[in-house]
Design a protein. Structure first.
Length: 142
């Protein structure tokens, strides 16, 4: 299973996964959030079903230097990225079924489809500019 709780010591492997074009599914949460604590068990189970993808739990307060000014409206918030392409960014219900359908729809796309979709709307272009974990990691780990 490729699941990790992001901390200061394991940022480089996450960046490496993204550089290697691995699908990264990041849950942006906060320790104090009850919905996030409930979501954690479902998120871990989801990670077990898809061991070739990289699942990462990011506490936005513990990782404030990485998350920065990322606009998180609600918890849990999910970020799905492959390489430098953000395929999805947004709040989720505290259940992984919808998130899993979103991921499955993305991983079936060709690179050109993914790139085309990434710039298809103002919202998606904003994701590319503001939400890329790969770029955020490059800024904090050099």
């Amino acid at each position: 299973m490729s699941y990790q709780i992001l901390d200061q010591t394991n940022r480089r492997p996450l960046a490496e996964a993204l550089r290697n074009d691995t699908w990264v599914i990041a849950c942006l949460c906060a320790n104090w959030c009850g919905s996030c604590r409930e979501y954690d068990a479902a998120f871990r189970a989801w990670a077990e079903r898809y061991p070739r993808h990289h699942f990462v739990w990011i506490d936005i307060e513990d990782q404030a230097d990485l998350v920065g000014d990322l606009d998180i409206d609600n918890f849990p918030t999910l970020l799905i990225e492959r390489g430098a392409t953000v395929a999805f960014f947004g709040p989720m219900e505290p259940d992984t079924r919808l998130a899993e359908r979103i991921l499955l729809a993305q991983i079936d796309k060709s690179d050109s489809e993914l790139q085309r979709e990434a710039i298809s709307t103002a919202e998606r272009r904003q994701w590319q500019e503001e939400c890329s974990l790969l770029e955020k990691l490059a800024d904090v780990i050099g």
